[in-house]
Design a protein around this ligand. Structure first.
Ligand code: TXA
Ligand code: MG
Length: 326
């Protein structure tokens, strides 16, 4: 048996006995426990130092598993979700009464995702119990896209992190609810992600008018104003020129109340998929440099599609936004 297979089998055993294990997914690594383990679910919150008001996402490997923890799922909801599954889409469904309320923070809904990563899928299907899994980072901090990012927060002897290579999408799933009314469908986007509004809109399944709205809700703390924060403060400068002058630095020092001497610039490049994949790794790498702040220039051009999701994360990761006059 190879090393990876051994790790997968160990993960299945541990999860089956109620332990927490970190697993790779194509978006970010997750801190997983079986949904039927009260202890495991509690331990996720403890390990993450996560407030109980922030609901977890449940991961499945097979549609059949849905019936064990959801109810009244409509044909359209299924049709919609499976258009992107397996993949980086989380759909909000009605929860079954039997599902541990701690997973959903007391809401009557549950977020569900079928990940595409082969290791995640193999673990869930071998266990044959869905896994509740938030991103495997301390609450409010940068999400992990490599196993070593998870080990940076929890040492090897405290947590099994199943190796799955680098997450190739790199930002969290799109969280969305589908509502059907007599006059049409509404998609409520709670958290933008790799699957964009444009991707959802162009599906051939809409047989009535479709409305897409962005919801800022305390039900969806992935949407708290401060989240995903790296170790060094991130400053966003709204500017098309990518030039930083002394006046900008003075403003930043004054607003952040630190004496900014050294900074690094996060260059997002021109390709959104690459920028998403490398975003969290680059924020981590820059944080390790001998600098006071990380600067990102936001040009007025980069705001459509996947860029919108990248900027959602950067806005929440940032401590300050300024307009440059240059
Ligand atoms: O890509 C992902 O979604 C990753 C991987 C591991 O699957 N998971 C992830 O989980 O990002 P987490 O816990 O970091 O983010 C879950 C977010 C919550 O903060 C909340 O915004 C939203 O999903 N969510 C979960 N259940 C919800 C519900 N019932 N209603 C509204 N939003 C919900
Ligand atoms: Mg998270």
């Amino acid at each position: 048996m190879d090393l990876r297979q051994e790790q997968i089998n160990r993960a299945v055993l541990l999860l089956g006995s109620g332990d927490v294990v970190a697993i790779p997914t194509e978006t970010v690594y997750g801190l997983a426990a079986a949904i039927n383990s009260k202890q495991g679910i509690e331990n996720i919150f403890k390990l993450k130092e996560r407030p109980f008001f922030d609901p977890l996402i449940v991961h499945i490997s097979d549609l059949k598993q849905l019936t064990s923890f959801t109810k009244n799922v409509s044909k359209k909801e299924l049709e919609f979700a499976t258009a992107f599954w397996p993949g980086p889409l989380t759909i909000i469904l009605e929860k079954a009464d039997s599902l541990n309320p701690m997973i959903c923070s007391g809401l009557d809904t549950v977020g569900v995702r079928m990940p595409a990563h082969p290791v995640a899928r193999e673990i869930i299907s071998k266990l044959d119990i869905p896994l509740a899994a938030p991103s495997a980072n301390k609450f409010g901090k940068t999400s992990p896209t490599q196993s070593k990012h998870v080990h940076a927060e929890w040492p090897v002897n405290e947590l099994l992190v199943v190796e799955g290579g680098e997450s190739n999408i790199g930002i969290e799933s799109t969280v969305v609810a589908l509502k059907e009314g007599s006059s049409g469908y509404t998609l409520e986007i709670f958290r933008p992600g790799f699957i964009t509004a444009e991707d959802m809109e162009k599906l051939a399944i809409w047989d009535k008018p479709l409305k897409i709205i962005y919801v800022e809700s305390e039900k969806s703390p992935g949407h708290l104003p401060y989240h995903y924060q790296p170790k060094k403060p991130v400053v966003i400068i709204e500017s098309d020129s990518n030039v930083l002058d002394q006046a900008d630095l003075a403003t930043i020092s004054q607003k952040l109340e630190i004496d900014v001497q050294k900074y690094a610039i996060l260059d997002l490049g021109l390709e959104a998929a690459t920028a998403a994949r490398e975003l969290y790794t680059n924020l981590r790498l820059l944080s390790e440099q001998d600098i006071d702040i990380i600067i990102v220039f936001r040009s007025s051009k980069n705001s459509k599609g996947l860029w919108n999701s990248i900027w959602d994360r950067l806005n929440r990761a940032s401590s300050l936004k300024i307009n440059s006059i240059v």
